[in-house]
Design a protein. Structure first.
Ligand SMILES: *[C@@H]1O[C@H](CO)[C@@H](O)[C@H](O)[C@H]1NC(C)=O
Ligand SMILES: *[C@@H]1O[C@H](CO)[C@@H](O)[C@H](O)[C@H]1NC(C)=O
Ligand SMILES: *[C@@H]1O[C@H](CO)[C@@H](O)[C@H](O)[C@H]1NC(C)=O
Ligand SMILES: *[C@@H]1O[C@H](CO)[C@@H](O)[C@H](O)[C@H]1NC(C)=O
Ligand SMILES: *[C@@H]1O[C@H](CO)[C@@H](O)[C@H](O)[C@H]1NC(C)=O
Ligand SMILES: *[C@@H]1O[C@H](CO)[C@@H](O)[C@H](O)[C@H]1NC(C)=O
Ligand SMILES: *[C@@H]1O[C@H](CO)[C@@H](O)[C@H](O)[C@H]1NC(C)=O
Length: 672
């Protein structure tokens, strides 16, 4: 493609025209189909791009650019004659950072000089300045393609075409658009639409008509011009004049391009072959890279934020729902709950779901997401990895324990520093709530209490003797006895205590259990056995019958009073009946209460070997075996030795040590 073609051999005067063209003056005209290699006179920002486009201006700086056909054109045949008819057509495109955002416009112009250094930007389009605008000595004819509404110059809108003569105030202007040839309907066009468009400017020397027509690129010239005005250009254009383009940029990033251009003197337009025009920079190449200069950082910032947030969210969720899972746990899979499920079951371990804080941690009520099963979720803080494997194995094996007097353990979950046990939810709460009701109302009847006692005895018996291995509960007490919907007693929390005394050397053995239920030898040796459970069960019997806590702070505040001692003392004085809970409403079976009280004392015998086994306890309760005749004195002797003297002090000191050491012995005060 050789873009600069100096024109036409059809006319008689062609020899002259051609010879003039090769010298300094073009008489006939020219045609550019693209501007590759064209010798245009450029100033300011104007440049010819590597893709053969004439780029008049680009960027956001307030600058201008001009491009002229290098040689002046002879507009008058003879000096003093009138300006000849001429026809110009050009294809242009305005690319602003975003369509519809106003950038500055551009103009086609005819002027006597290519020196336009003193012209202004902004509204002046590089054609005039404030002083020169309106001065007839300018001898400038221009067609402005204006994308800014400058009210100072009476611009009609920010998308108009105007005919300017010596002044930036247009002689006539109109909204950008065209009339279609058939219906004559008007179609709006947007100058800075990024689309190439074609403009025709025609002057008729006889009628002195100036017409301007615009149409989308591939459309032939519409018959009806957009602007048709009468102006005698003989009074404006000089004999020799340059033709070219002017453009300015402003604060909105924009680029102005001319793709093709032709000029014909005293002839109709030399058609531009639009198919051979160079291509505009594609969106995504230079232009859009300019756009990206602004959009990309914002988009990147947003992306970084979004990704950052997603990562944070991811890690937060990972952290929030993090679990500890080890290879050996695979076999316990089915008993393993996901922390996420438990988290949602308890609504994030919310306080309102807190059932209680006891034993080794807090218990929350929850509803499992899928099965909708009501559960009690116990969070046990557990830092040590020691013995956890054995413990989990035990939890799982205990999970297989099924007995109507045991709270079913459904499974577990582990996190860092935390062990979570999932139990079936017992709707009626723990027994101590009923035993120590503040309002003193509707206390449990003796019949019910006896039923509970027998139930728990069966449960402990099952743990001790009826399961494959001996399970020592280690923390039998009223608050660990739960009542199901049918008010049946079920023992909960079994085996938990073991977690805390496993594999620890005897020097630092923690006494685990609850104050008041601790067998003396447990306090001494730290070694739990079925008989230490029996001891606690004995205290439990007294507790249920008397409705008193195993350890009560005496009213005078001078130390504590042990329930066992108190019952023993009453028995000694022959007042055993007086110890029975006065809140028992419907009277009671004196024989049964005496049996239970004596059995309770026997079970909590300070000498382990003197205690019965759970099987024997069952036989006594069922009346299958007669309680051995015992004198209160025999018990008192032992009790006095163990509880009143150093033995008890020892228990106390050990218990306090346990609290300070491990913080595991919660609920110590009063044996809750
Ligand atoms: C380009 O045009 C200028 C001005 O008419 C002229 O001086 C120069 O020699 C031309 N250059 C070429 C390569 O045609
Ligand atoms: C941009 O202009 C076109 C028509 O020229 C119009 O359809 C479109 O809605 C405009 N967009 C905005 C954002 O104004
Ligand atoms: C262009 O015109 C200005 C005055 O408007 C003048 O100062 C300058 O010298 C001229 N430049 C040329 C190259 O003629
Ligand atoms: C636009 O052109 C039409 C026809 O040439 C004319 O009737 C109308 O007044 C013009 N509008 C303006 C704003 O000049
Ligand atoms: C053309 O644009 C003008 C000015 O923006 C507006 O008044 C007119 O309604 C538009 N016409 C059509 C057909 O969109
Ligand atoms: C146009 O102006 C020229 C010079 O002033 C004059 O000779 C000519 O008669 C005018 N043409 C018309 C149509 O008025
Ligand atoms: C312009 O062209 C017409 C024919 O199209 C011709 O009659 C006329 O003489 C020409 N004018 C000049 C000044 O050459």
């Amino acid at each position: 493609m050789k873009p600069q073609t100096v024109v036409l051999l059809l006319l008689p005067s062609l020899f002259l025209g051609l010879s003039k063209a090769t010298s300094t003056i073009d008489d006939a005209g020219f045609i550019y189909t693209g501007f590759g290699g064209a010798n245009l006179t450029l100033d300011g920002m104007a440049t010819i791009t590597s893709s053969s486009l004439l780029q008049l201006s680009s960027g956001t700086a307030e600058r201008k650019g001009h491009a002229f056909h290098p040689n002046p054109l002879r507009f008058r045949k003879a000096s003093g004659g009138r300006v000849q008819s001429f026809s110009i057509t050009f294809v242009f495109a305005i690319l602003s950072i975003a369509p519809n955002l106003s950038s500055h416009g551009m103009a086609f112009l005819i002027c006597p000089s290519t020196n336009l250094t003193s012209t202004g930007t902004r509204g002046f389009l590089g054609l005039f300045n404030r002083q020169s605008s309106g001065n007839p000595s300018n001898h400038i004819f221009a067609v402005e393609l204006d994308t800014i509404q400058n009210t100072e110059f009476q611009d009609i809108n920010d998308n108009h075409i105007g005919v300017d003569v010596n002044s930036i105030h247009s002689v006539q202007s109109n909204y950008t658009g065209y009339y279609d040839d058939n219906q004559g309907n008007f179609y709006n066009m947007t100058l800075n639409s990024h689309e190439p468009m074609q403009v025709w400017v025609d002057y008729d020397e006889v009628a002195t008509h100036v017409s301007v027509t615009i149409a989308p690129l591939k459309m032939p010239k519409p018959i009806r011009p957009l602007i048709l005005t009468t102006f005698n250009l003989s009074t404006v254009i000089t004999d020799l004049a340059y033709v070219g383009f002017s453009s300015t940029t402003g604060s909105i990033d924009s680029e102005h391009y001319v793709l093709g251009w032709s000029f014909a003197m005293n002839r109709s337009t030399l058609g531009i072959d639009v198919d051979k025009l160079p291509k505009l920079p594609r969106e995504g190449s230079k232009n859009s890279s300019k756009v990206l200069e602004i959009v990309l950082p914002i988009a990147t910032a947003i992306l970084v934020l979004v990704v950052g947030f997603a990562i944070l969210q991811f890690f937060w969720r990972r952290f929030k729902y993090a679990e500890l899972r080890e290879d050996w746990e695979v076999e316990f899979g089915p008993h393993r709950f996901s922390y996420k499920d438990l988290f949602s079951a308890t609504q994030g371990f919310k306080d309102k779901n807190l059932l209680g804080v006891g034993g080794f941690g807090s218990v929350y009520k929850g509803v499992l997401p899928t099965s909708k099963l009501e559960v009690a979720v116990k969070k046990v803080s557990h830092e040590s990895r020691q013995g956890i494997k054995e413990f989990i194995a035990e939890v799982v094996s205990i999970g297989r324990l099924r007995h109507r007097n045991l709270v079913p353990l459904l499974g577990y979950c582990r996190r860092r520093g935390e062990l979570i046990l999932v139990y079936e939810y017992m709707s009626n709460g723990s027994l101590d709530k009923y035993l120590y009701r503040q309002d003193g109302k509707s206390s449990l009847s003796w019949v019910h209490r006896f039923h509970i006692i027998k139930g728990i005895a069966l449960g402990v018996l099952y743990l001790h003797e009826e399961w494959d291995q001996i399970v020592i509960h280690r923390d039998i007490k009223a608050s660990n006895v739960l009542l199901d919907t049918d008010m049946n007693a079920r023992l909960g929390d079994f085996g938990l205590a073991k977690l805390y005394d496993h594999g620890i050397d005897p020097q630092t053995t923690h006494v685990v259990g609850t104050m008041g239920y601790l067998a003396p030898e447990l306090a001494r040796t730290g070694k739990a056995s079925p008989l230490t459970d029996v001891f606690a069960f004995g205290v439990f019997l007294l507790e249920v019958t008397c409705g008193r806590r195993p350890v009560e702070h005496s009213r005078q505040g001078s130390g504590v009073s042990m329930l066992v001692d108190w019952v023993l003392e009453k028995w000694h004085k022959g007042l055993l009946r007086k110890v029975v809970d006065p809140r028992i409403q419907d009277g009671f079976d004196a024989h049964q209460t005496t049996l239970v009280l004596k059995l309770g004392l026997l079970c909590s015998h300070p000498v382990a070997d003197a205690r019965p086994t759970m099987r024997q306890v069952m036989q006594y309760l069922d009346g299958d075996m007669k309680l051995p005749e015992q004198m209160p004195e025999s018990l008192t002797l032992g009790m006095q030795f163990l509880t009143r003297s150093e033995g008890f002090d020892y228990i106390m000191s050990q218990a306090s040590t346990a609290v300070s050491d491990a913080g595991t012995l919660t609920g110590l005060s009063g044996g809750r």
